[in-house]
Design a protein around this ligand. Structure first.
Ligand SMILES: Cc1cc2nc3c(=O)[nH]c(=O)nc-3n(C[C@H](O)[C@H](O)[C@H](O)COP(=O)(O)OP(=O)(O)OC[C@H]3O[C@@H](n4cnc5c(N)ncnc54)[C@H](O)[C@@H]3O)c2cc1C
Length: 217
């Protein structure tokens, strides 16, 4: 159970602010957890606010700057989500490699078949490319340089690559890849949310198109 939530809310006409709401505040209702296809170790709840009041001190940052603060937080968060995708990619690579050397079909390790070996070669490229994009965005942020576009690129590429790699890793594992006890089965279910949270892939493409100066709305 979380102790506080940070929300953005309208605090006036054309004004959005960030506000901290502690758990237990009257009118703040945490709905039962959703049942999800993945990320089951992390609870996700709907939040309802009915006549919920908090002291003015609970304002986070400047009044009316909530939307701006929220967008800045998203830029940071995109690097974190890209890093999660890199972890998933690396895990897919390692697990697929080990299984391709161990599992035999028709008397030979499945890794001796080009169809399987090439999937794993592609995973290595995706893991490495995603890692470099993510490190670059993180380095720009750490050194105080603009990183909005690089965070969007890292998030977009790494998460879409993670979804591709988990699908392919499940294929490498064959029927066993569909069984819950296999790590790749869980990774397949967990990877999808990475393309959605902290701005969907479509929103990353929007950010990148705007950054390129395209007249997109
Ligand atoms: C497990 C989980 C955990 C979450 N945790 C948090 C959290 O901690 N904090 C938080 O704030 N949120 C959280 N979210 C919410 C999450 O950030 C949103 O679901 C996500 O940003 C997408 O927004 P949406 O669901 O409203 O989709 P919608 O905005 O309804 O989008 C639906 C589809 O339309 C597309 N679309 C929408 N607008 C455009 C546009 N302008 N151009 C092109 N395509 C567009 C989207 O890309 C998507 O494909 C969580 C969600 C889940 C499932």
């Amino acid at each position: 159970m979380t102790s506080v939530v940070t929300i953005t809310a309208r605090t006036g006409p054309d004004e959005i602010s960030s506000i901290i709401v502690p758990s237990g505040t009257e009118g703040f209702i945490v709905e039962p957890p959703y049942r999800k296809m993945g990320w089951r170790a992390s609870d996700t709840h709907g939040l309802t606010f009915i006549d919920c009041r908090v002291p003015a001190d609970n304002l986070l940052g400047e009044r009316g700057r909530g939307f701006h603060q929220f967008l800045a937080t998203l830029d940071d968060g995109r690097i974190a989500i890209a890093a999660m995708a890199v972890g998933v990619l690396q895990a897919c690579l390692e697990e697929s490699l080990a299984y391709a050397n161990e599992r035999k079909s028709f008397g030979k390790p499945i890794g001796s078949y080009q169809a399987i070996a090439f999937k794993i070669a592609d995973m290595q490229v995706m893991a490495e490319a995603a890692r470099l994009l993510t490190y670059r965005a993180a380095w720009l942020k750490d050194t105080g340089k603009p990183f909005k576009q690089e965070a969007a690129m890292a998030k977009l590429y790494a998460t879409e690559a993670a979804v591709t790699a988990t699908r392919e890793a499940t294929q490498v594992f064959g029927g066993y890849g569909f069984i819950d006890e296999t790590p790749v089965a869980r990774q397949y279910r967990d990877a999808k949310i990475l393309e959605i949270g902290e701005g969907t892939s479509e929103i990353q493409r929007l950010v990148l198109s705007r950054g390129l100066g395209l007249p997109i709305s």
